[in-house]
Design a protein around this ligand. Structure first.
Ligand code: AMP
Ligand code: GLY
Length: 444
C-alpha cells in the first residue's frame, strides 16, 4: 500500500509515523512534509491545497491511499475533486468532501446542524452587516463574557471572548465589517460555557466509527493557562475526567447523533472528526467540530493506538469501518511543544536546532518520540522555520501503577529530552500535565 499524507506539521509527522508502523505500508510520502517526516518518508514538493500538484504526485508514485492532515484542502473540496476525476476516483481517500467539511468551515452551519439533530451545544444566533443592530441588541440581552465567532476559517483566530458589552458591540461591528475578511461577514454569537475542555477524536466512514484516545490540549502560551491563545503548547492523553460515564454520554448524545445527522442530511463522510468538547458539571457540550485531527493532540494520541492505523484508514476510505475495533494502550502519553520566542505573535526563524540526537536520527526508542513541526533543512542543518518548532512525546511503560504515576513518568521523560534541545529563543511550558495531576490528587 503506497500512502501519501498531505500537510507539513507535527500532526502529519505523527500520522506518517503511525502509518509507517504497519506491515502493509509500502512507500510512504508526505507533501510537503518537513525534515522530521523526511526521516521516515519521502517528502514531495507542493502544497496540500494544490489539486494539480497532488494529482501529479498520486499518479507518479502509484499512491493507493491519500490521508489529509489539515482542514483547508478539505473545505476547498479536494475530496470532491478526486471523486470527479476519472484517473483519481478509485484512489482511497481519507477526508470528507466540501459538504462534510462545512462542519469546520462554517460555524453557523455547524451550530444549525447541532440544533437540527439535538446535539448539546451553547445557544447561539448569527448576524451579518445588515443585522448588526439586532446583533448588538442580542449582546445586550446576554450576560458576559460574550463569545463572538467568525463563521468561516480564520486561521484559529476567529473566536473572541470579551468581558465588556461595549467592547463586544465594537468587535461585532468590526467583524461584520471585514476584520477577518469574508470569514467574518457572518458572526455567531453564543452563550459562554464554563468548564474543562477535552478533545475527542473519531474516525468514521459515515456509518461505522472508531473512537480514538481523547486528549487535553494546553492552548495558552503561558504557564497556568495565562496569555495569548496558541495552536497548542502541549497535550495529555488520557484525560481522567473523561471517564467511562462521560464518554458514554459523548457517544450517545454527540457521536451517534453526529453520524446519524450527516446521514439524514445526505452528507457522505469519510475521515476524522475532532470534537472540541467542554464538560460543564459532568455534561458534555460541543464547542466546535473540526474535520481533521488536532495538533498537538495527534502527537500524543497516535502513540497510544496499538492496532494498525493504516488498516483503520483503509477501512475508513473503503466504507468498511463497522467491522473494526481499535486497540488503545492503557499507558499515558504527554506531549510538550517547543516554540519560537514571540509566538503566537511575531518571531524570528532560521535558528539552528541542536543538542538532541532524536532530532536527526529519530529511532523512536525508549518510549520517547520527537516530532517536527516548524523546522527546515538548511545547508545540512536543521533550523527553526515556524512558530511551533517541534514536540517531544513521552509514553509511560510501567504497565502497572495509577495514572498520576504514569503522568509523572511521562513528564520526567519528556522534559529531560526537551531540555536537551537547543535553539535561540526556545520557549515551552513546564507545567504540561500539572493540572491533571492536581485533579487526580484532589479526587483521592
Ligand atoms: P473554537 O475556535 O471554536 O475552538 O474556540 C476557541 C476557544 O474559545 C475554545 O477552545 C474555547 O476555549 C473557547 N470557547 C469557544 N466557544 C466557547 C463558549 N461557548 N464558551 C466558552 N468558551 C468558548
Ligand atoms: N490543538 C487544537 C487544534 O488542532 O485545533
Amino acid at each position: 500500500m503506497n500512502v501519501l499524507v498531505l500537510g507539513s506539521g507535527g500532526r502529519e509527522h505523527a500520522i506518517a509515523w503511525s502509518i509507517k508502523q504497519s506491515k502493509e505500508c509500502g512507500e510512504l510520502y508526505v507533501m510537503p512534509g518537513n525534515p522530521g517526516c523526511a526521516q521516515i518518508a519521502t517528502c514531495l514538493n507542493g502544497a496540500a491545497n494544490d489539486f494539480e500538484a497532488v494529482k501529479e504526485a498520486v499518479l507518479a508514485h502509484n499512491i493507493n491511499l491519500v490521508v489529509v492532515g489539515p482542514e483547508e484542502p478539505l473545505v476547498l473540496g479536494l475530496a470532491d475533486k478526486f471523486k470527479a476525476d476519472s484517473q483519481l476516483k478509485n484512489i482511497l481517500f481519507v477526508g470528507p468532501g466540501a459538504a462534510g467539511a462545512r462542519l469546520e468551515g462554517s460555524k453557523e452551519f455547524a451550530k444549525e446542524f447541532m440544533n437540527r439533530h439535538n446535539i448539546p451545544t451553547a445557544k447561539f444566533k448569527s448576524f451579518t452587516k445588515s443585522t448588526l443592530e439586532e446583533g448588538k441588541q442580542f449582546l445586550g440581552s446576554m450576560q458576559p463574557p460574550y463569545v463572538l465567532k467568525a463563521d468561516g476559517l480564520a486561521a484559529g483566530k476567529g473566536v473572541l471572548i470579551l468581558n465588556s458589552l461595549e467592547e463586544a458591540c465594537a468587535e461585532l461591528e468590526s467583524m461584520v465589517g471585514g476584520k477577518f475578511g469574508s470569514a467574518s461577514s457572518t458572526v455567531v454569537i453564543e452563550q459562554f460555557l464554563s468548564g474543562i475542555e477535552v478533545s475527542v477524536f473519531i474516525l468514521t466512514d459515515g456509518e461505522g466509527y472508531l473512537i480514538l484516545p481523547q486528549a487535553k490540549d494546553y492552548k495558552r502560551i503561558g504557564e497556568g493557562d495565562k496569555g495569548l491563545n496558541t495552536g497548542g503548547m502541549g497535550a495529555v492523553s488520557p484525560v481522567p475526567f473523561a471517564d467511562e460515564l462521560f464518554m458514554q454520554k459523548v457517544e450517545q448524545r454527540i457521536i451517534k447523533p453526529t453520524i446519524e445527522g450527516l446521514k439524514k442530511d445526505g452528507i457522505p463522510y469519510n475521515g476524522f472528526i475532532f470534537l472540541g468538547l467542554i464538560c460543564c458539571a459532568g455534561e458534555p457540550y460541543v464547542i466546535e467540530y473540526n474535520v481533521r485531527m488536532g495538533d498537538p493532540e495527534t502527537q500524543a494520541v497516535m502513540t497510544r493506538i496499538k492496532s494498525d492505523m493504516l488498516l483503520h484508514l483503509v477501512a475508513c476510505a473503503k466504507g468498511e469501518l463497522s467491522g473494526q475495533k481499535i486497540e488503545i494502550s492503557k499507558e499515558a502519553a504527554l506531549a510538550v511543544i517547543a516554540v519560537s520566542e514571540g509566538y503566537p505573535q511575531n518571531y524570528a526563524k532560521g535558528f539552528e536546532i541542536e543538542g538532541n540526537e532524536l532530532l536527526s536520527n529519530n529511532t523512536f526508542s525508549g518510549a520517547v518520540k520527537l516530532f517536527h513541526s516548524g523546522t527546515a533543512q538548511k545547508e545540512g542543518r536543521i533550523v527553526t522555520s515556524g512558530g511551533r518548532v517541534l514536540s517531544v512525546v513521552a509514553n509511560s511503560v510501567e504497565g502497572e501503577g495509577d495514572l498520576a504515576a504514569k503522568l509523572q513518568e511521562c513528564r520526567q521523560k519528556a522534559y529531560s529530552q526537551i531540555d536537551k534541545v537547543s535553539y535561540r529563543g526556545k520557549t515551552y511550558r513546564r507545567d504540561i500535565g500539572e493540572d491533571i495531576l492536581k485533579m487526580l490528587e484532589s479526587g483521592r
